[in-house]
Write a protein that binds this ligand. Structure first.
Ligand code: GLU
Length: 297
């Protein structure tokens, strides 16, 4: 049992939370509470913001019994911290200007269709004269001079992991701080030492570990949980029909029924999150995605 530290759920307010998001949030809560940690809620609103999504997301989480400590925090209100971290990376010579478009990167790499390619290094060794010329064409993004190679970690659900570190964008060419920097800075600043999130982010973790260490932070522990898939075997999405609490309520499923179906999909008893907490054991969690067939029974 840990008596300090914190876990968190960090949704992007791009729309209503669907069953996959809600299931991950329940798991993040169970992981944190079962280890005596605080549980924080951080709204990751640096991009992909849809009006009223935040309000509806927080409402749905509370309805399920996912409660958090202190007020929910908005990432967009933490810009000074993000900028200070970026400045320290600039001062340490760990950034470089990048003028590539998405297309430039796609053309310079042979990543499999759909996979996000690693940055091919195109702008890494531009001379000052070349950079000055390129700046006339388009503003630069700032990328992490990561040093490349790989980072490994032990994931509480996914097991031993290792993967390549990428020279990710830290500040986009429109001046906005990018997700990979903000998430690392905020977790460290908020005392988050346990990150529970969907396993679609597994490939981002080696880079985030390197970024945390470069900024002088001890990285958190990780638990990447399997996603919920739709009947077509793809990641659950709006197109799969009634997948949010609102849609499901309209189809006759009240909140306790949805909560219990989610808990059942995790092999946990229904009837309130405290019941699940009493028997929660990460070692017993299903390692496979849950396929939602469009109806809860
Ligand atoms: N905001 C991210 C998302 O909703 C999650 C980031 C994280 O948990 O590290 O996909």
């Amino acid at each position: 049992m840990n008596s300090s530290g914190a876990g968190r759920y960090a949704p992007s307010p791009s729309g209503d939370l669907h069953l996959g998001n809600l299931r991950t949030a329940i798991l993040a809560w169970l992981f944190a509470r079962s280890t005596g940690r605080a549980f924080l809620l951080r709204v990751e609103d640096l991009d992909r913001v849809r009006a009223r999504a935040e309000e509806s997301q927080l409402h749905d989480l509370q309805a399920l019994g996912v409660t958090w400590d202190g007020p929910a925090v908005r990432q967009s209100e933490r810009g000074e911290l993000h900028t200070a971290a970026l400045q320290s990376l600039i001062s340490a010579g760990r950034t470089f200007e990048c003028f590539c478009t998405r297309r430039d990167i796609a053309e310079a790499t042979s990543a499999a269709h759909g996979a996000v390619p690693l940055y091919p290094g195109t702008c890494q060794n531009l001379s000052e004269a070349e950079r000055a010329e390129r700046r006339q064409e388009r503003p630069a993004a700032l990328r992490f001079l990561s040093g490349g190679g790989t980072e490994g970690f032990t994931d509480a659900v996914a097991g031993e992991q290792a993967g390549p570190v990428d020279d990710v964008v830290l500040r986009r060419n429109d001046g906005a701080i990018a997700y990979n920097l903000a998430v690392v800075v905020d977790d460290a600043d908020q005392g988050v030492d346990q990150v529970v999130r969907g396993d679609d982010l597994l490939t981002s973790t080696p880079t985030q570990l390197r970024l945390a260490r470069t900024l002088g932070h001890a990285p958190p522990s990780y638990a990447h949980v399997p996603l919920v898939l739709g009947p077509d075997g793809k990641r659950l999405a709006k197109r799969d029909g009634a997948v949010t609490l609102g849609d499901l309520a309209a189809a006759g499923w009240d909140v306790p029924a949805v909560r219990d179906a989610l808990l059942d999909s995790l092999g946990l008893p229904g009837g309130g999150l405290e019941n699940a907490l009493a028997v929660f054991d990460p070692a017993e969690l299903p390692r496979e995605p849950w396929v939602f067939q469009g109806t809860l029974v």
